[in-house]
Design a protein around this ligand. Sequence first.
Ligand code: APR
Length: 320
Amino acid sequence: MARPKIALIGAGQIGGTLAHLAALKELGDVVLFDIAEGIPEGKALDIAESGPSAKFDAAMSGTQDYADIAGADVCIVTAGVARKPGMSRDDLLGINLKVMKSVGEGIAQHAPDAFVICITNPLDAMVWALREFSGLPHEKVCGMAGVLDSARFRHFLASEFDVSMKDVTAFVLGGHGDTMVPLVRYSTVAGIPLPDLVKMGWTTQEKLDAIVQRTRDGGAEIVGLLKTGSAFYAPATSAIEMAESYLKDQKRVLPCAAYVDGAYGLDGFYVGVPTVIGAGGVERVVEISMNKDEQSMFDSSVEAVKGLVQACKGIDDSLK
Ligand code: APR
C-alpha cells in the first residue's frame, strides 16, 4: 500500500518542523508548498538527507505548484505571517485572510478529500475562513490550538508538581487567544483534579492562578523571547499529534478548533472544544458541563471569536 501523502502549505518555521516530525515518525510522504522559491525545496532536501542517519524512508519534496499536493490525505496549513513582539494574533487577520483564500482554493481544487488542519493565526477565524473558501465538509477542516494550549498548561503543571508530564492531563477550551479557557476542574494529575491538589497542599490557589495566566500568555512569552517570530516546535508537534490520530484512526480525544453545531449552545461556529479525531476527521464534539464561571469565560471567548469572524466578513465580500 502506498504511504499516506501529507501536504504542508507553508514551509516556514512551523512547516519545516512539521516536515521533520512527519518524516521521523514515518507518517507518510511529505510535500512542502510555499510561495517562497527555494525554501520548500531546500528544506525538503535537507530533511531527506537526514533520512539515512535517522532511518526513515518517507519521500520529501518542495514546490510552488498546488498541482503537486494532488491527492493529499492530510493538509496542514501554516501559510501566512507570524507575529512579532507587541503584536496580538488578531493583528494578523487582514494579511492572513487573503492567504487563506488562495490556500482554500488550492486545496479545494487539488486535495478535496484531505483532512485539513489549520495553524495560521488568528486561529479560530482563519480556520472558519479556510473552510468557507475551500468548501470542504466541516468535519474535515479543523484548527490546531487546544492541543498546544493544553500542552503548555501540562508542562507548567508538571514543573510545579515535579511529576512526569505523562501523568498530567489538562483541558483548555475556547478561542486561541487571550480569552482561552484553561479548565482547572477538568485538569488532573493521575486523575486527581487540580482543586483537590490545592486542598492536598501540593500547590496554592495563587500559584495555580499564575500558571493559568502563563498558559494564556504562552504564545506571547515565546514571541517576546524569540523577537523575530513565534513558537514553532510545540505548535508543529501538536498538529502532528492530530494528523497521526486521523491517519491511524486512533480516535484520540483532543481539543481543537472544530465546527460546533448544536453543542455548547452554538449553531454552526468554529471554536476550541474537546473532540474525537479519527478516520472520519472530527468525528465527535465532546460536550462537557461547565459551571457558571467557566460558562461565562467560554461565552466571552466565543464572543471574541465572533468579532474576528465579523471582521473577516467586513474585509472579504465573498464571505458574507
Ligand atoms: N501561500 C503559501 N505560503 C505562504 C503564503 C501563501 N499565500 N504567504 C506566506 N506564505 C509562507 C511564507 O513564505 C513563509 O514561508 O508562509 C510561511 C510562514 O512561515 P513563518 O513566517 O516562518 O511562520 P511560522 O512561524 O511557520 O507560523 C505560521 O502559524 O502559528 C501561526 O501565527 C503563526 O500565522 C502564523 C503561522
